[in-house]
Design a protein around this ligand. Structure first.
Ligand SMILES: [Zn+2]
Length: 354
């Protein structure tokens, strides 16, 4: 269809021979297959205003005028766009390499650190549910209050925006582990073995250290694979992967470097809380000695296997400068924490009710 095209104020205005009203193809919505060169004698345009039509205009004056009014159609604009993509890719690559140096290149760790908290929480809930299956959660109000006091004290030193959620289970095995999404699982078995609230504080601070480092998230991503982890995080079920998630986390051991880092965090958290750091070294050393004496394997062995370096930990604690400290909990609160499993609730029954 023939017609006449004008360069209007807001766009290319087209008068067709069909007596329809004049159409406007706005400059911003114009596209060209071939960028308009400075010496172009014609242009072939398409437009968002009329997606199925194309417009062929002859004339170098029109082409030059259009280049001025819609600079994104020129060749230079296309070159700049291309260059921008390369610069972005280069920056991304440089960033990845830098991140690689900082995190000693662990893709799982890098992914874990970039995941939103709500996703990590979902992964953590799935892991916690599966690993604590068959055990009741301890919810004695006085015990929960004591635990809250302790957790708030320890949280003074955590990075802003981080809030740890601690759950105790009526589980005789001595265990404590960080769960994705800033959660910590503590067993009655561990509280029973602790000689003081300071020792529990030391263990919690160490597990918070793993949480701050997103060690559990990274380990699960490595363990079940990113695909399955994402499926759980996005609310789906990963079939067999879900059962594995809990098992994996419960038996998980971290690298020597990760353990050391968690200890460094623990020392800082304890210091910020004004709680003695000795509990951290004492607990690990005392329990290791006790459990390995006599050579009979007990329930604590798997936890001790995943928490090596008691000597190194004790040495680290010994070399720290002293500071004023008060007991992690007062005598009453400590008794309350020890009896937290006086009242329990079955997570399954709750799920059935809701
Ligand atoms: Zn650890």
């Amino acid at each position: 269809m023939d017609g006449t095209a004008y360069l209007g104020l807001r766009g290319v205005e087209v008068d067709l021979a069909d007596r329809n009203p004049r159409r406007i193809w706005h400059y911003a919505g114009l596209k060209v297959d071939e960028p308009i060169r400075p010496n172009a004698i014609d242009v072939l345009l398409t437009s968002r205003d009329e997606p199925n039509a194309s417009l062929f205009v002859q004339g170098s004056a029109f082409a030059a005028g259009l280049r001025e009014r819609a600079p994104h159609l020129s060749q230079r604009a296309r070159q700049l766009r291309r260059r921008r993509i390369w610069i972005t890719l280069l920056a991304l690559f440089t960033g990845l390499v830098a991140a690689g140096f900082v995190l000693s290149w662990s893709p799982a760790k890098w992914i874990a650190k970039t995941l939103p908290l709500s996703w990590r929480e979902r992964l953590g809930n799935a892991a916690r549910d599966s690993m604590t299956e068959g055990y009741k959660e301890c919810v004695d109000p006085a015990g929960v209050a004591a635990l809250k006091t302790l957790s708030e004290r320890l949280s003074k030193g955590v990075p802003a925006g981080t809030t740890f959620d601690i759950h105790v289970y009526d589980w005789p095995l001595m265990n404590a582990f960080a769960v994705p999404g800033e959660q910590i699982v503590l067993t009655k078995g561990l509280i029973d073995k602790a000689g003081s609230a300071d020792e529990v504080a030391g263990v919690l601070a160490h597990e918070m250290g793993h949480g701050i480092e997103t060690d559990p998230e990274a380990a699960l991503i490595r363990g079940v694979g990113l695909g399955a982890a994402l499926q759980i995080m996005l609310g789906g079920t990963a079939g067999g992967g879900l059962a594995n998630v809990g098992l994996m986390l419960a038996q998980l051991g971290y690298s020597r470097g990760a353990e050391h880092k968690a200890d460094i965090h623990a020392l800082e958290l304890l210091k910020a809380a004004g709680i003695s750091q000795r509990g951290l070294g004492d607990f690990f050393t005392r329990v290791t000695k006790k459990e390995t004496e006599g050579g009979s394997p007990t329930g604590a062995v798997s936890w001790l296997r995943t928490h090596p370096l008691p000597a190194e930990r004790a040495r680290l604690v010994r070399t720290q400068a002293a500071y004023p400290a008060t007991p992690a909990l007062d005598a009453t609160q400590w008794e309350d924490l020890k009896s937290i499993c006086r009242v329990t609730r079955d997570p399954k029954e709750d799920a059935d009710k809701s």
